[in-house]
Write a protein that binds this ligand. Structure first.
Ligand SMILES: [Zn+2]
Length: 170
């Protein structure tokens, strides 16, 4: 070992999958906010809707965001960056938890590499990230968007982006 890695951000908790019903109501609230904002995703090209939400550490305010695509493709914004950009522009730079929802049938959709770095910028301490599958059919059926038995991936930005780039200069 070398002292050159001692300041690396390392997760204290490993990833796990739990049921939605076992989560604290404050976490359920953030996941539900991400589900709801996902309905506003602007995705005329991919049709792949993503919702994200981050809870501000000091005020507890929840900032939400959806993905926003563009005809020129490169200017697209992911849901996570939409949410965090909204929060930072409102004066919040510290977050207690985050949530991301999308839907693919057989896999959790986790933040892309760019968003992991974007989240890391605001993570002087680890930020737990909760990932769920969004099931659109429940909206039409007027069911609860997230249900007790739904599997939720509990991860964190330090799990998602180990040995990450960060400046330690003051
Ligand atoms: Zn992204």
């Amino acid at each position: 070992m070398t002292h050159l890695t001692k300041n690396f951000a390392r997760p204290e908790k490993a990833e796990e999958v739990v049921s939605f019903g076992s989560l604290d109501p404050s976490v359920q609230e953030v996941l539900t906010a991400a589900f709801q904002v996902r309905q506003r995703a602007y995705v005329p090209y991919s049709g792949f809707k993503v919702g994200a939400a981050f809870k501000a550490k000091t005020t507890g305010q929840i900032f939400t965001g959806c993905n926003v695509e563009n005809a020129a493709f490169t200017p697209c914004s992911c849901a996570e960056r939409t949410a965090l950009t909204k929060a930072v522009s409102e004066g919040e730079t510290q977050f207690s938890i985050g949530a991301v929802l999308a839907y693919e049938p057989d896999v959790f959709t986790t933040p892309c590499g760019v968003c992991r770095q974007f989240i890391r910028e605001f993570a002087n301490e680890d930020i737990p990230i909760y990932v769920a599958q969004a099931i659109d059919a429940r909206i039409a059926a007027k069911e609860e968007p997230l249900q007790s038995d739904d599997p939720i991936l509990c991860t964190s930005i330090f799990n998602l982006l180990p040995s990450s780039f960060h400046t330690y200069r003051k």
